[in-house]
Design a protein around this ligand. Structure first.
Ligand SMILES: [Zn+2]
Length: 272
């Protein structure tokens, strides 16, 4: 009897992984969505954000998705190579070549000990956001998934930009919303494929008992198909594929699940 229950559980788990399931995608897709993915380094897009990029690309509303990477990842002198790797990765993830940019700014260099100033990020971001009428910026939360200071800087810069635009624009023009990818503790961060049933249980409980299991802004979970696309994109970053990156591919929650929280630009402190 117990064997049958176990078999049924495994069968249900495996079959459910043939599909991607999401909660709150509507929150990510307001009217005429024009969404900017803001990253710090080439490879962030697939190490952390692939479930979201792929979900957005496949949504019936077909939002415009843009990618802006604020450095070439030149910490080891491989900036040109990493820029090309990012291009290949974004090809696989389906972001159009005219909707992706890489910035190489002297004050925004890949450096694991350096915080990027919010004012510099906001200045660099402004023309991309304004010229493309971006309605939403998706980026890291203030803990940056890996605590990399470059990652952690991004929500502060995006919030400063949003605050500045909201104070200068007319009432009919909204400043872009800012959402942060939720950083989870170490153990759930490395549950790999088991993150999927846990996240989906949370989605179902949010549907059944929204007051008790209050949902985040959005939870997006990949199926096998999306996972394999994300893994292909990740392998395009040849210069970064050390042995532990393969372990990451196997065990990271972020290859399967992205959970988003709304950042309030008005209250996010400039200090961290
Ligand atoms: Zn990074």
């Amino acid at each position: 009897m117990q064997f049958h229950l176990l078999f049924a559980f495994v069968a249900a788990l495996v079959s459910s992984l043939c599909f991607s399931i999401h909660l709150g995608v509507d929150a990510l897709l307001p009217n005429a969505p024009r969404i900017l993915l803001l990253t710090a380094h080439p490879d962030d897009e697939c190490f952390f954000f692939a479930p979201t990029i792929l979900a957005l690309q496949r949504d019936f509303s077909q939002p415009e998705v843009y990618s802006l990477c604020l450095s070439t990842g030149n910490a080891d002198g491989l900036g040109d190579k990493r820029r090309a790797e990012l291009d290949h990765s974004l090809d696989i993830l389906g972001i159009d070549s005219d909707k992706r940019w890489v910035v190489d700014h002297p004050l925004l260099q890949d450096n694991i000990t350096m915080r990027w100033e919010a004012s510099v990020i906001a200045d660099v971001l402004t023309p991309f956001v304004v010229d493309n009428n971006i309605t939403m910026i998706l980026t890291f939360d203030t803990r940056g998934i890996s605590s990399h200071p470059n990652h952690c800087s991004l929500p502060f810069g995006a919030s400063l930009l949003s605050r500045t635009l909201s104070s200068t624009r007319s009432r009919t023009e909204n400043a872009p919303r800012v959402l942060g990818l939720l950083t989870v503790p170490v153990v759930p961060k490395y549950l790999g494929i088991f993150s999927v049933p846990l996240a989906r249980a949370r989605i179902i409980l949010s549907w059944l008992m929204p007051r008790i299991f209050s949902p985040s802004t959005a939870i997006l979970t990949s199926g096998f198909g999306e996972y394999l696309i994300g893994a292909r994109a990740l392998r395009e970053h040849d210069s970064q594929m050390k042995w532990f990156r393969y372990l990451y591919m196997l065990f990271s929650r972020y290859m399967w699940v992205n959970e988003w929280v709304e950042i309030d630009p008005a209250t996010l402190s400039n200090q961290w």
